[in-house]
Design a protein around this ligand. Structure first.
Ligand code: NDP
Length: 516
């Protein structure tokens, strides 16, 4: 006979008893390689790339044998480049720099004109000599940290001198920073030119948002738990919002921003990824192409915009002067390098629909803006009201629907709002919040997004990188809005000014305040 026994297949976990869980083991060390950074004299290299590499070095995650070769037009020596890198580190990295000399010894500089073939032949010789000296085995990663206008030229020249070739047992990869083109046609052209030298498996299109720990956690949350996914559909979810707010203005990137605006800067890349992660079907395996296939399916299901009614699904704004944290800040049009009559949006909110079985009729609000009160990136899952409230005769308490918030930056965590009885003899209720803090769990060991990007590229894992089909689908979907911004004669009427430090244009503010 069956004995009545407790189910031992699901023991109480150490974490449930209040003990810390076992730490996650580190990924193994990648194979030896040389990292070549184009545009090494620039902002991204100093601010993000060198600090990320130093972080990996201190963690013991860089290959045992590795060289980092900075390449740019600026006339610098290797010593100058090491000093430039150290300055960036001092300014942008926290922690002790006592191990810097060990990493600095692996840094080299090679001046080059991006379009001059003879300079690439010299680069090829330098890389070969370094390989011989350091035993780096001919593996190469070329990182394009230059303005996008140079990407295709560099790829073609690398191809011309044989640096894109992979031999048995060695790899050659190229890493491209966003933006991947400025519209569908230019994205296709860039891709075609890159493919003259590199095959798709060699091209790593970065979206550092995808490498943020909590962004990676979205798929884990959705598909490693059985309680949420059954609710993750039109029956239970009223709307999903993907929001990214920045308190910063345009800063020193005026030239770039005047060309890009918020739609090219944030939507075509980061926001589309957040949308995909919150809405895709479960991939059959956590592997690069299985996940990327699901994203493609999702992007194909996005409802195209209707040119006649587009303004019903779109709000655009531009920040006026105002105050952030008590400090007066100028309007966008008063910033250095910005045209005084610029019509570039610094805020946008799009209502999107996904025309598939799971999401029919559920609005997805995607929003991003500059000079909002604080930096905040989150996904908000708004559930539907209960179908019938048996508590409608209870005097105190207003029934609010459940809400799940995935905080992605600067805090990392998950909160669930639900109704609970208030303590006391009388029946009253109120919403309460259950919260999980990833930051506390991580105990300060969160891996920086660029460090994760480097690591995955060295390991050859493309899961966190864009595939070209997704890039093109997203450009295609956004094209009617981009054209509207560029060609609309009455954009003046639609571009709403909002004071810096407020939650965006008046028409969106109430909604934003309620969510953020
Ligand atoms: P920079 O404008 O600082 O340019 C990097 C380097 O490229 C410069 O030091 C310069 O080096 C060279 N360069 C500049 N203009 C030109 C030009 N017109 N033609 C050829 N070379 C030029 O860029 P960032 O470092 O800010 O960004 C690099 C890339 O990364 C860009 O594509 C950007 O969109 C992307 N990116 C940047 C982020 C950031 O936070 N900075 C964030 C996300 C993406 P030299 O003159 O010595 O050759």
């Amino acid at each position: 006979t069956d004995e009545l026994r407790p189910d031992l297949t699901h023991p109480v976990l150490e974490a449930e008893k209040g003990h810390p869980s076992t730490p996650c083991p580190e990924t193994g060390r990648p194979a030896s390689c040389t990292l070549v950074i184009f545009g090494a004299s620039g902002d991204l290299t100093a601010r993000k790339l060198i600090p990320a590499l130093f972080h990996l070095f201190c963690n013991g995650s860089l290959p045992q044998k590795m060289n980092i070769v900075g390449v740019a037009r600026s006339k610098m020596t290797t010593e100058d480049f090491r000093a430039h890198a150290r300055e960036g580190l001092e300014e942008h990295a926290s922690g002790d720099l006592f191990r810097w000399p060990e990493l600095a010894a692996r840094l080299f500089y090679h001046p080059l004109e991006y379009g001059r073939l003879s300079d690439y032949l010299a680069l090829e010789r330098t890389l070969r000599e370094l390989d011989e000296k350091s035993g780096t085995e001919g593996n190469r990663i070329f990182y394009l940290a230059t303005p996008p206008s140079v990407y295709a030229v560099v790829a073609e020249q690398l191809g011309a001198v044989g640096l894109a070739e992979e031999t048995e047992g060695s790899f050659s990869r190229i890493v491209v920073e966003k933006p991947f083109g400025r519209d569908l046609a230019s994205a296709r052209e860039l891709d075609a030119r890159m493919h003259t030298a590199f095959a798709e498996h060699q091209i790593f299109r970065i979206d550092h948002y995808l490498a943020k720990e909590m962004v990676q956690n979205i798929l884990m949350f959705r598909f490693a738990n059985s309680v949420f996914e059954p609710l993750w559909n039109r029956r239970y979810i009223a709307s999903i919002t993907c929001a990214s707010a920045e308190s910063l203005g345009v800063g020193h990137r005026a030239g770039y921003y005047e060309q890009a605006g918020v739609l090219r800067d944030m939507f075509q890349n980061h926001m589309m990824q957040l949308l995909a992660l919150s809405a895709i079907e479960p991939p059959s395996l956590f592997a690069a192409n299985r996940v990327r296939d699901e994203k493609v399916k999702l992007y194909r299901s996005l409802r195209p915009f209707d040119g006649n009614t587009l303004w019903k699904d779109l709000s655009l704004g531009q920040y006026a002067s105002g105050k952030i944290s008590g400090r007066a800040v100028p309007a966008y049009r008063q910033e250095r390098g910005i045209a005084p009559d610029s019509m570039i949006p610094t805020f946008a909110m799009i209502r999107a629909y996904v025309d598939n079985w799971r999401w029919q009729g559920v609005p997805f609000y995607i929003m991003s803006g500059k000079r909002l009160p604080k930096k905040l990136t989150r996904i908000v899952i708004q559930f539907r009201d209960v179908p019938h409230s048996m508590f409608r005769n209870v005097e105190q308490g207003e029934m609010v629907p459940n809400r799940l918030v995935l905080d992605l930056a600067p805090d990392n965590g998950i909160s669930l709002r639900f109704q609970a009885k208030m303590p006391g003899s009388k029946l009253c209720f109120r919403p309460v919040v259950m919260h999980y803090s990833f930051d506390e769990d991580a105990d300060g060991v969160l891996l920086d997004a660029y460090a994760k990007v480097f690591l995955d590229c060295m390991l050859g894992d493309q899961l966190l990188f864009w595939r070209q089909d997704s890039v093109e689908l997203c450009w295609g979907w956004l094209t009617p809005i981009l054209e509207l911004c560029e060609e609309c004669t009455d954009l003046q009427k639609h571009l709403e000014m909002y004071p810096a430090g407020s939650w965006g244009p008046e028409s969106c503010r109430e909604y934003m305040e309620c969510l953020l």
